[in-house]
Write a protein that binds this ligand. Structure first.
Ligand code: ZN
Length: 433
């Protein structure tokens, strides 16, 4: 999937009215399922999940504010952002402008944009509209209606597991609960799908688990129901705003020095304008559920624009024009590089650790002579040997030496072939293990 194809696919997903439950999520999972074989799960309303309970299912068909002449001045059919997500049903009725006013949400500083608002766990209703629309509400009375249902149903999420040579897994998670917003939500889904399509039909070294779940309650439901999977998850990422033209950036895991943190640092060091890594903080997306003390899954977050910090965030301006094919494509490329690196990473154990082994006797200088970049490979051999104490991994060598990853990996292969080195999967041992 190149950037253009990703954006075209996002255009199909954009009109769907997603929320944390409901048919919009199901339709989204169905469209993801056209691209990759997705296993869909439903968790009934009322099910206890960790400290939470799956809420009633929300579905909406129509909503409006009509003026005295019967004209729809705010119309759900024109934008699904016009209704506060999880609004309780409102039967058609006339109300005064003063009574309507507290139920309206607009952005005075951005008079043409519609804000995105939710009320998942309150029994509330509301309309979101542009400031211009709001200023034009000069009638004394309006007819309003929200044709929605909040009823026992289910929460939906989808999963794809791709088995690799190792049981150890990379978790790739994207939230699927935002309505017609493109960067916050759909870009992450598209980049995840692109990676899944790339890995499907191959036998990767590590296994992959792709999770498409509504934010917070979806991740919590998944954590509650898949505890058996937890010990196998060695690396993870939430994919969030990845289609805008802000530089790529990475938010670290709670530990801050997991292999995913170090792999990301190495890959983003090759991005001319990447931001320095953001230390973990307990807000943002579902990385905060995965990293919680009871799970401590090493899950970082990969993004461009940072949530809440770009003006278009959670507004109608986060639309198709806001995301760019080349940005989506570069995000997907860098993600693939990070996963390649995690798959190739290994903890290094020298079989001749006392002093420097005699490389010439083993023909390693001849091997170096055949390389297109002998200097770099010869140095890489020494770096790898120096790090091969059973505590360090290939990512450490590449990060400390500044030698390109492929050269470091080749050096390790050659040393192994000569019986000087063992490579152990999974990279550097985690603290305490
Ligand atoms: Zn959001």
């Amino acid at each position: 999937m190149n950037g253009k194809a990703m954006k075209e696919w996002i255009a199909r997903l954009q009109p769907i009215c997603r929320s944390i439950t409901g048919d919009g999520v199901r339709e989204t999972l169905r469209l993801i399922g056209e691209q990759i074989p997705l296993e869909c799960h439903e968790v009934a309303s009322g099910t206890p999940v960790l400290d939470w309970t799956v809420p009633p299912e929300w579905n909406i068909r129509d909503a409006y504010i009509k003026d005295a002449s019967g004209r729809r001045v705010v119309d759900f059919a024109r934008s699904n952002l016009h209704v506060v997500s999880y609004s309780i049903p409102v039967a058609p009725r006339w109300i005064s402008r003063a009574e309507l006013e507290p139920h309206l949400h607009s952005l005075p500083d951005r008079p043409d944009w519609i804000p995105y608002r939710t009320a998942y766990y309150e029994r509330a209703w509301g309309f979101c509209l542009s400031q211009r629309q709001r200023d034009a509400l000069t009638d004394e009375r309006y007819e309003i209606a929200i044709d929605a249902t909040l009823a026992p149903g289910a929460l939906s999420y989808g999963e794809l597991r791709i088995a690799g040579e190792s049981e150890a897994e990379i978790l790739i998670s994207a939230h699927v609960c935002h309505p017609s917003l493109c960067n916050d939500n759909l870009s992450g889904i598209a980049v995840a799908v692109a990676l899944a399509r790339d890995r499907l039909g191959t036998r990767p070294r590590l296994s992959y688990r792709f999770l498409f779940a509504p934010g917070t309650i979806g991740a919590i439901s998944w954590l509650a129901r898949h505890r058996e999977a937890m010990p196998r998850i060695e690396h993870g990422l939430t994919l969030v705003c990845l289609g805008d033209d802000h530089p790529l950036q990475y938010k670290q895991t709670f530990a801050g020095d997991a292999p995913i943190d170090r792999a990301m640092a190495l890959v983003l060091a090759g991005e001319p304008d990447a931001h320095p890594a953001l230390p973990f903080h307990p807000y943002g997306y579902d990385e905060r559920q995965f990293n919680s003390p009871g799970f401590r899954l090493p899950v970082g977050s990969f993004m461009r624009g940072r949530h809440g910090e770009f003006p278009e965030y959670h507004t109608s301006a986060d639309d198709l024009d806001f995301i760019r094919p080349e940005c989506l494509e570069r995000s997907a490329l860098r993600l693939r590089e990070v996963c390649d690196l995690l798959e190739a990473n290994a903890r290094l154990v020298s079989l001749a650790p006392h002093g420097e082994p005699q490389l010439g006797r083993r023909g390693l200088y001849e091997a170096i002579g055949g390389s297109s970049d002998p200097q770099s490979l010869s140095r890489a051999l020494l770096w790898v040997l120096q790090f091969a104490d059973g505590e360090h991994d290939l990512i450490d060598v590449a990060a400390r030496s500044g030698i390109p990853w492929n050269t470091v990996a080749e050096a390790a292969e050659r040393l192994e072939a000569k019986g000087l080195l063992e490579r152990h999967g999974g990279g550097r041992r985690r603290c305490g293990s």
